[in-house]
Structure formats: C-alpha cells, structure tokens
Design a protein around this ligand. Sequence first.
Ligand SMILES: C=CC1=C(C)c2cc3[nH]c(cc4nc(cc5[nH]c(cc1n2)c(C)c5CCC(=O)O)C(CCC(=O)O)=C4C)c(C)c3C=C
Ligand code: FE2
Ligand code: FE2
Length: 344
Amino acid sequence: MTKNKAKIGVLLVNLGTPDSTATGDVRKYLREFLMDGRVIDFPFIPRWMLVNLIIAPFRAPKSAKEYRKLWTDRGSPLLFHTQDLKDKLIPKLDPEKYIVEMAMRYQTPSIEDGLNKLNKANVQKIIVLPLFPQYASATNGSVADRVMEIARTWQIIPNITFINNFVEHPLFLEAWAELGRDMMAKDEYDMYLFSYHGLPERQIRKGSVDGYCQLSDKCCSNYTKKNQFCYRGQCFHTTRLLAAKLGLPEEKVMTCFQSRLGKDPWIKPYTEDVIKELAEKGIKKVLVFSPAFVADCLETTVEVGEEYKEEFEELGGEKWDLVPSLNSNDTWVACVKDLVETNS
Ligand SMILES: C=CC1=C(C)c2cc3[nH]c(cc4nc(cc5[nH]c(cc1n2)c(C)c5CCC(=O)O)C(CCC(=O)O)=C4C)c(C)c3C=C
Ligand SMILES: [Fe+2]
Ligand SMILES: [Fe+2]
C-alpha cells in the first residue's frame, strides 16, 4: 500500500454495559438497551410503557446487585476485555493501513464517537466487526442500524463492510477449543453443555427465509443458505463444529439457551430445564461453554458461573465448570486480525 493512500478504519463493537454499578446507571443502560426496537421488537408506545414503567424500574435494582458481583477494579469485564482486544490487535495490523477504534452499542464509548474518529482520519473504508459470532437482529442488526444512522449524516460515506457472522472461522473455533482443552486437561466431565444467549422465538420467525425455520430440531440440525442467519441454527452449528474439533461424543453434548426476559416464548431448550434434566439423569460433572459471548460478562460469569452452578449443585450435581471466554486470548486476537485483513 502506498503511503498516501487513505487508511482503512476498523470498528470493534460489543454490546455495552452500565457505566457503574449504581442503580441509576444500570437503569439508564437498561432503558437505552431495551428501548432499541430490534431488542424489544414491539411498536414504540407499548415498548416505551413496558421498558419505562415495568422493566427498568423493577429490574434495575436487581441487576445492579448482580453487576456488583461482576465488577472488578478495572470495571466491567465486557468493557475492559474489549479494550484489551483492541490494544492487542493494533500492533498486529499494518499501521500504515489500519486505524482501529472500539465502541459499545449501548452506553460508552459510543459508536458515534468511534465512527467520528475514523471519519476525521479520512478513512477510505470502514470495517465494522460486531463482536457477536452468530448473527441476530437484536445484536448485529442493531449495530448496523446505529452505524448507518450516524453515517447517513455525513457528506461522504466511505465503503462500509459489516462482518455479520464468524462461527466457521477456524481461529474462532481453535480459540474456544484451546480454552476447552485447558479445562479438560484438569478434569473429566460427564456432559458438555453449550449455553447460548436466548432470543424470543418471534424474532427467529421474522427472519425465517421461505418459512424454513420452524424452531424445530430438524431445521436447526442443518446449516444451509436458508438458515445462514437464523440465530438458533448458527448456535447449533457452532456446537457441532466445536464438538467435532474437541472430539466430543455426540451423546455427551447439549445445546441450550439462557438469559430469558419476559413471558413470551424464547428459543428452546432453556438452560434451566436442561440443568434439571441432567440432574434427573444422574449427571454429576458438567463443563459449560458459552460461545455466543466473546468476553466474560454478566451473563457468563454470574448467570452461568454462579447462579446455574448453584441450581445444579442443589439438584445433586457435583461439578459445574465454566470455560472462560475468549477475552483477549492470542488465538482470538489472531482471528480478529484475519477477519479484518480478509475483509479489507
Ligand atoms: C449473543 C449476544 C446477545 C443477544 C442475542 C442478546 C439478546 C437479548 N438480550 C436481552 C436482554 C438483556 N441482555 C442483557 C445482558 C447481556 N446481553 C448480552 C448479549 C446478547 N443479548 C450480553 C453480552 C450481556 C451482558 C452485558 C454486561 O454488561 O455484562 C441484559 C442486562 C442484564 C440483566 O439485567 O439481566 C438484558 C436485560 C434481550 C431482551 C435480547 C433479545 C431480544
Ligand atoms: Fe442480552
Ligand atoms: Fe432454524
């Protein structure tokens, strides 16, 4: 690349986290997050009433307590691991060619600030990498929406590439496999659980191509051009790829979905139900992977690592270990570098 050619901007985007564990900050975060029409996909007025009159006031104090269990000297793990990822990525990329920023979809640092920094640097192209391995309208779709909302105010809109899914990337799979092997070297397990963030079933139906996704085991047991963006289909596909890479026998592998919100049906099986089923079957030692998250966060460390563990142990389980997330693991950094370079 010649020295006078404009650089390529890279924007890494994760979900977002409260600015602090104060109930007011958690409420502010929940309001911004849940008022996103791609997250709670109701028309504006019912969404506003649900979020502002019910969820935010009642959930904020409860969530703030949970966030206090998660918080570290460096703040929220989701945020500082994303910063570490950016810091480790920068020296791996050609400085003449790339400029890298990171942002959170909700709260800070904002997508707007990140994009404006790239725009001021007069980049020729922007690569947006939402840090969600499996596409969902509530995550990747929402990031794309917000990016376009900002870019459409610019006089010059450079080329913008969105990386919408990377479940098949060999280094993504290898990074998880390395972390899994580290755990498996220390102990033996009766069952390997792959617990993904859930999603309302309605949102899967809305994105179903030609009615392909019926939320059954049949449609999600294949990964085809019809369900390439079905979140549930991508999650099952991730499990199959990781299980194959780790050489796990089929009968010792299960996929399930956690973190439900509200009364509508969410994609199944629910992790809570699977925990009961495992305990009833006399399963004692479980290793849990959470490959919808690339950084430790509330939903992994507290929900899976503490709450589900307690539930399993109360039902007679003996061992419930959580594989730590990718965070700024070297193989994961190499994956992000490759995603950026191959999309340049
Ligand atoms: C795989 C990524 C995620 C999807 C898909 C997703 C969908 C989704 N989430 C909610 C509601 C909540 N999620 C919360 C926390 C949270 N969610 C994700 C990722 C996905 N969400 C992450 C990484 C986190 C943790 C953030 C952190 O700070 O550590 C929360 C807040 C916490 C709580 O109060 O429980 C809510 C609420 C919905 C409704 C939804 C899909 C429609
Ligand atoms: Fe979530
Ligand atoms: Fe499906």
